[in-house]
Structure formats: structure tokens, C-alpha cells
Design a protein around this ligand. Sequence first.
Ligand SMILES: [Zn+2]
Ligand SMILES: [Zn+2]
Ligand SMILES: [Zn+2]
Length: 292
Amino acid sequence: MPVRGSCLCGDFRFEIEPPFEMLASCHCSMCRRAHGAAFATYLVVGAGALRRTGEARSVLRYDSSPGAHRSSCARCGSVVPYEAPDGRHWYVPAGLLDDDPGIRPQAHIFADSKAPWHEISDALPRFEGYPPGMGEAFAAKRTTEPSLGRVRGGCLCGAVAYEIDAPIEGPLVCCHCSRCRKARGAAHASNLFTGTSSFRWLRGEERLRAYRVPEALRFTHVFCGVCGSSLPRVDPERGRTVVPAGTLEDDPGIREGLHIFVGSKAPWFEIVDHLPRHDSYPPGAFPPPETR
Ligand SMILES: [Zn+2]
Ligand SMILES: [Zn+2]
Ligand SMILES: [Zn+2]
């Protein structure tokens, strides 16, 4: 049985044929930026195992390093499957899968580059870079200098950057809802919430694109029109900004502190840490689900 997948807006659809070669979570700074997530979990499939279904729509292609590129849906900003530099594989963001692929995560790669605000809690093997024989290490360059009392962040290509006044109130919220999984192409989103007055764009605001899920009241994915990275969403109506923590450059001081919407979590992802879990929103802390 083929396993189906699609981006947040549904324009980019695909089927992949098992058996799959590998499922691994990458903590490198490029994946964290591109997905705006704590880590990106990729399914590695052979070149002939992926088939696009539905209409071919426009894809944002960003050349992330020599010989390597990443792709995102130009309409909704989900990271979509892209060819590996070796031309023999596809890298499929597992957050896009609509069916259970059967396979479970096997390793953490670039574990030494992990975000300071995320703990790896499971017992899977951890590699400093790629597992032996799989590829070359590369890292995203810093685009801004740290400054006291500010937490900075931005997209993978550097076109968009922002800063937040510290200290930031926590915790970081891990959301497992299907919209967050698709928007980030990851196991879950890790979001920081801050007031709109302590958030500022430093550059590239004109590059922002936004996709609002039509059947949702608010759920909007903001992303860079050049590289497709998830970016903060400023919500003046509520006076708050939702920041995808994967786009942070500096340590925000706060840590992941709870899981929400675990009732919708990906079948291939197991939560093994001891943080509080809520089926949807925690009682009283957030607006009710129908306003989402
Ligand atoms: Zn899309
Ligand atoms: Zn990576
Ligand atoms: Zn960008």
C-alpha cells in the first residue's frame, strides 16, 4: 500500500511506496530554520518510490548549500519532499504524511547541533552529524550578532530577521495538531508566544507570505517567500506574536514545557518526555479550539 502525503494547502500531494530506507530526526540548524521546529524528521525513500499525485503546482526551490536544495509549497509554505544531492533519494518531511508509514524513527542526526531549548528524551542512537557514509555536514551561518536583552531569529536564507525583547515568558509549547505538523513538516511545532510590542522585524517584512487555512478561523502559516522557512505570525487583534522556535538564533532562556493537541499526534512519533500533555488546549490557558 502506498503511503500518502500532502502539504498544508493540499496543492502538493504525493504517494510513496514502501519499503522505506530510513526515518531519522535531524537537529541541524538548517533543518530547524527551514521547518521552524525543534527538529525535522525525514523519511528517506528511493528515487523511484515517490510519485506526485494531483496537479503540479508551484514550488519554492531554495539552494541551501552547494549541490543541495530544499523545496516548499509556494502557496502554503510547507516544506515538501526534495531530491537528495546524490540524485538517488527523496527526503520526505514526515510531518506531511497522511498515512502511518509503518516505520518508526531510528536515529537523531546532528544531535550536537540541537536547540538549547529542546531535550532529546528517547534512547535512539544519536549521531554528531550524518550516520557514517550518508553525507557531508554543513551548518547555517549566523546572520546577526547577539545583543544583550534581545533574542533574535530569522529564516534559513537570511532575507527575513526579527528580534524579541528579553526576558521572554514561557514555556515553549509543543503543538501536535495536524495543521502544525503540516505547516512545519515536522513531528510537532514548538512555539513561543510574546506580546506584539516586544516583537520587531529587523528586515525582510516585504518577503513574508501568509497562508490561512480556509476552514480555520485563524490558523495562518507565515513563511519566507524566498526560502520557505516558517516565520513568526503577528496577531495584532490578540496582541500577541507566535514565534516558531526553530527560527530562533539565540537561546530564549525558556524551554519546551508542555504538549498540546496530543490527541492529533503523528502515529509514528512517540512522546517520551515527562512534560504535561493535553488532548487539545490546556484548560483555560488558550482560546477554545473552535477559534483556532
Ligand atoms: Zn501547499
Ligand atoms: Zn538537517
Ligand atoms: Zn528566507
